[in-house]
Design a protein around this ligand. Sequence first.
Ligand SMILES: [Zn+2]
Ligand SMILES: [Zn+2]
Length: 316
Amino acid sequence: MLAVSLYKGVVFLREQPRPRRPKGFALIRLLYGGICNTDLELQRGYYGFHGTPGHEFVGEVVEADDRAWIGRRVVGEINLACGACEWCKRGLGRHCPQRRVLGIVKQPGAFRELLTLPLRNLHRVPREISTEQAVFVEPLAAACEILDQVRIPAGAPVAVLGDGKLGLLIGQVLKAHGTQVHQYGHHKDKLRIASDLGIDTRARKKTPAAAYDWVVDASGSSLGLMQAVKMTKPRGTVIMKSTVHGLVGMDSAPVIVNEITLVGSRCGRFEPALRLLRSGRVRVDELISGVLPLKQAPLAFKRAAQPGAMKVLLNA
Ligand SMILES: [Zn+2]
Ligand SMILES: [Zn+2]
């Protein structure tokens, strides 16, 4: 079978034997994969990653212990947790210290014709969600995680800093939650997607100081956090959604003086993401900037890295 491989910054294809299916796992045929910024960072050499990348996917179950899964369209949670530790017992396998992470840490990823994942990681994709849309469940779950961590009352104004793929998902999730979203960005075409979805958009050049109780930094830049802190009212909260590599240089005084809470935020539960997609309250079709066959993965990675690119999908 065909698998995408990443080694020392180079994306290439290779033939591999079909993966062995451990007990409790499903063998899944890839339908679509989505290239995310994390994949591009792995390519730049972060985490010393080599092997098959890919953690955003939708597939069809080919083999499983329980035959009821066979032929089902599925998406999969990316953390493979031990299931026995203190974190796992609290339902927080996403923080299991033993965890492997699909396509990121010690577990070959989804950009291959066949992959395996534990059955307990899988969620069926409801009929109302198209196969292309289902690729967005994983990043959408990461956007939903904010509402699991922070209590934001409906009607409250919230600033979302950044108009990239994740920023546009976050804006929609917060709007669906009933908050008054102000999306700040640099890119006219991306902000237009947000405004077409009914979100109030603003230019990031002139962000107001001490104006919000909640600010989400999805800027993807090291300057974003400092800007987010400036926009936050005393006793307010900054939700950090951008993983920036290297050190972030920032003046910590405004955080201390204004008693601002910083909340780090990563992966989330799939259930709320599936609900939002199914109800049509979050739209993702506008975020797809291209679909390429798996065998053109090197070109797809190049396209995904181009400035202004949105989600590039791989089709198996
Ligand atoms: Zn991702
Ligand atoms: Zn565990």
